[in-house]
Write a protein that binds this ligand. Sequence first.
Ligand SMILES: Nc1ncnc2c1ncn2[C@@H]1O[C@H](COP(=O)(O)OP(=O)(O)OP(=O)(O)O)[C@@H](O)[C@H]1O
Ligand SMILES: [Mg+2]
Length: 499
Amino acid sequence: MSSTLLSVRDLNKSFPGVKALNQVSFDVRPGSVHAVCGENGAGKSTLMKIINGIYQPDSGTIHVRGEEVHIKSPIDARAHGIAMISQELNYVPEMTIAESFFMGRLPLKYGRVNWRYIRGEAKRVMTEEGLDFSGNRRLNTLTVSEIQTLEILRAVYHSAEILIMDEPTSAIAHKEVESLFAKIRALRDEGKSIIYISHKMDEVFQLADDVSVLRDGAIVSSQPAQETTSARVIAQMVGRDLDHQSYPKERVELGAMVFKASRLSRENAFEDINLEIRAGEIVGLAGLIGAGRSEVVRAVFGLDPLDSGTVEVDGVLVRTNTPKKAIEHGIAMLSEDRRLVGIIPKLSIKKNATLASLKKVIHGGFHRSSVEEQLVTEYFQKMNVKAPSTETRIESLSGGNQQKVLLARWLIADPKVMLLDEPTRGIDVGAKFEIYKLMTALARQGRAILMISSELPELIGMCDRIYVMSAGRMTAELEPHQFSQETILKHAMNQIEVA
Ligand SMILES: Nc1ncnc2c1ncn2[C@@H]1O[C@H](COP(=O)(O)OP(=O)(O)OP(=O)(O)O)[C@@H](O)[C@H]1O
Ligand SMILES: [Mg+2]
């Protein structure tokens, strides 16, 4: 038996203006978890999309079990036992579990779709897995993590042996991450191989048997995880030693109350939420996924209606029932879901970045393109956005680089209050530090910043105060001397003792 399940040799792939992959070679052993690490734009997703048949390489070869394969489409990939658990979860919300299980390969009987068989099989697999889903349930009633589990089960059912997971834990909760890891380990023990992409070094070193590092489209190392360390992997990713980074937090003299939200409620989402942020203050909003944190900021920003409650900016009551009004009152929001309320895919980086600051770039009816160019270029360089130019369409950027452009959008808009929902999700270690530095600079300028984050060290490292929510209610407000992961988690898991 060959000791490699998947073998990639000398892959090259260029996009207009970018060499995304440069002579990439690596091997995946059967029954292993192989992590692929690299900065935003290093080429990780491009490499996976080639293995999954979404992109064609310019040159190079792929062997599965020692045999050369030509993967022209994801269907081809599946025929070779390769499946990708998609990062963006492309599913049809109205589809039932049973239908989705056989999507693209409906079994026929006498020329008709064999629904009985489909429902029976879906039920059998769910039961074996200990899930009590009815096959008739529609996908839009499931959580992101349930859909992910379903995708994994489906891939394995259709005899996938190589599973590709591109940042699978970016949208799921703490507890669900543990069950995902258990599932990954079980699959590995059955002899399947998992290619795992993540920016989270702790995950990589918990799971991986082998680690490959990509930098600027080239493999810089590929070795057993035991023979390396997270510090070395990070150094290889960025091409230099990062001095051990603590957070670039500065104590800033706090000013007047800039933002105050009182008694905010929205049915089935959150109740009686009070938030206060002073000039120069960075306030955290902690909680588990589903606690209602994003719902609160969405409502403050006018994306969802409020049932009751008031919002004040600089001591004046304001109505922010649409995002346009919120922006006019100096409130900006960076969404956790950049696909829903974020990027406009077909527009350039420049247009996406200045979208919230049109007043600055259009003056007296004239489009001042030099001002626009200058503004965008400044942030483009500051945040080290990896793209051929500011005219590049944002959809062609890597995930992390899209996030940087969205953050730049709000920095250019120059708001008083910034509501940042998971601002560093999907961002590589080096760029994270740049974002923290920007937040510190904003605080120094007297802005009020609210940061939702599921990464507790980041909240503890950057915040002046941390609110904690659980099940739609505020359960704690912590001062720095009370900050610890245990304390935050305790309040985040607190089922409310109603007063
Ligand atoms: N469809 C495309 N058209 C043009 N350029 C692309 C396209 N897809 C990727 N690129 C470019 O190829 C390079 C590698 O991108 P890729 O998405 O593979 O990065 P990544 O390592 O997955 O990054 P991230 O950690 O941010 O997800 C980037 O410079 C990106 O802008
Ligand atoms: Mg990617």
